[in-house]
Design a protein around this ligand. Structure first.
Ligand code: IPM
Ligand code: MG
Length: 360
């Protein structure tokens, strides 16, 4: 039976970059015998424009029925004035929560061909390969109570709640330990246990789970120190596991270590292997529609989709090899061109397709 992929292109550069990943899927079908069915649906600002909802019911239904979701990007200045629940970001947050996509994998890999792109000294980042595992459906992003209330005298007060139950910590910890076992078996858990009770429990549960993974070397860092270590000596890290908010922040830092956020994919997985795959960069409204965006993060997200949800590790590897080959051939989009010659979004996608064909 063929796998079903829901394709949610979204806003800004979303449709352009997803179009390039779809070219690769066509090639995988034609030349590599991959059997997949694709269904497109609206999300984010596009969902609001077409159905008055950043996560239309039909889109949610489609995603529930799919084996995996390929996601572009959401958001744009035209939607910033909408009330909070109608904003594009809410569509993505609700989709993560509705599907229970609790484990967010954000690799930060420095391609040797792009070593000059990093703002850090080459010796600090050469060979960098970190995996951040971010809890994605709990913590302060979703904790109750939340809101803005009026105090006596009319002053307003805003509040959010950072909350984790033991089972939520345990499942993300297991997810991170499992990934560490497939890599260099080093896991660093990041929290703020010197100040927050929620982090105290986090540390206790992660330490408890570690007993089931005697081969993994576990360490703990406070988040302020972790952010410092990431720019001081990033290669000390293999896998990092952390909560929703800390992971949001640290994964942007880690992305920038590579100097090319346009290269970084991500996966958000549920307990059963279903996942949503999206580039780490956003919708970049300033360059939307101009053919300037780098499609490689989306193409590499497709590789993660093949590996984690479709269990097609060989095809995933082929895509990653093809991306490496086009970089070796000198193809660069504007964001990674370092002032040199650059190609368009579509030219980059075509180059990867050509490189992939050669591997058939
Ligand atoms: C991310 C983004 C989202 C988040 C926004 C768009 C809601 O920053 O995926 O990191 O904060 O999770
Ligand atoms: Mg973020």
């Amino acid at each position: 039976m063929s796998a079903r992929i829901a394709v949610l292109a979204g806003d800004g550069i979303g449709p352009e970059i997803v179009a390039e990943a779809l070219k690769l899927l066509d090639c995988l079908r034609a030349d590599f015998g991959l059997e997949v069915e694709l269904d497109a649906a609206a999300i984010g600002g596009a969902g609001y424009d077409q159905h008055g909802d950043p996560l239309p019911q039909a889109t949610l239904d489609l995603c529930r029925a799919a084996d995996a979701i390929l996601f572009g990007a959401i958001g744009g200045p035209t939607y910033d004035r909408l009330e909070r629940d109608l904003r594009p970001e809410r569509g993505l947050l609700r989709l993560r929560a509705e599907l229970g996509l609790f484990s967010n994998l954000r690799p930060a890999i420095l391609y040797p061909q792009l070593a000059e792109a990093s703002s850090l000294k080459n010796e600090l980042v050469a060979g960098l390969d970190i995996m951040i595992v971010r809890e994605l459906v709990g913590g302060i992003y979703f904790g109750q109570p939340r809101g803005i209330r009026e105090l006596e005298g009319g002053e307003r007060q805003a509040f959010n709640t950072m909350v984790y139950a033991e089972h939520e910590i345990e499942r993300i910890a297991r997810s991170a330990f499992d990934i560490a076992m497939l890599r260099n078996r080093k896991l660093c858990s990041v929290d703020k246990a010197n100040v927050l009770e929620v982090s105290e429990l986090w540390r206790e549960v992660v330490t408890r789970v570690a007993a089931d993974y005697p081969d993994v070397e576990l360490s703990h860092l406070y988040v302020d120190n972790a952010s410092m270590q990431l720019v001081r000596a990033p290669k000390q890290f293999d896998v990092i596991v952390t909560s929703n908010l800390f992971g949001d922040i640290l994964s942007d830092t880690a992305a920038m270590l590579t100097g090319s956020i346009g290269m970084l994919p991500s996966a958000s997985l549920d307990a059963g292997g279903k996942g949503l795959y999206e580039p780490v960069h956003g919708s970049a409204p300033d360059i939307a529609g101009k053919g300037l965006a780098n499609p490689l993060a989306t193409i590499l997200s497709l590789a993660m989709l093949l590996r984690y949800s479709l269990k097609q590790a060989r095809l995933a590897g082929r895509i990653e090899t093809a991306v490496g080959n086009v970089l070796n051939q000198g193809f660069r989009t504007l964001d990674i061109a370092d002032g040199g010659h650059s190609v368009s979004t579509a030219e980059m996608g075509d180059a990867v397709v050509a490189a992939l064909r050669e591997l058939a």
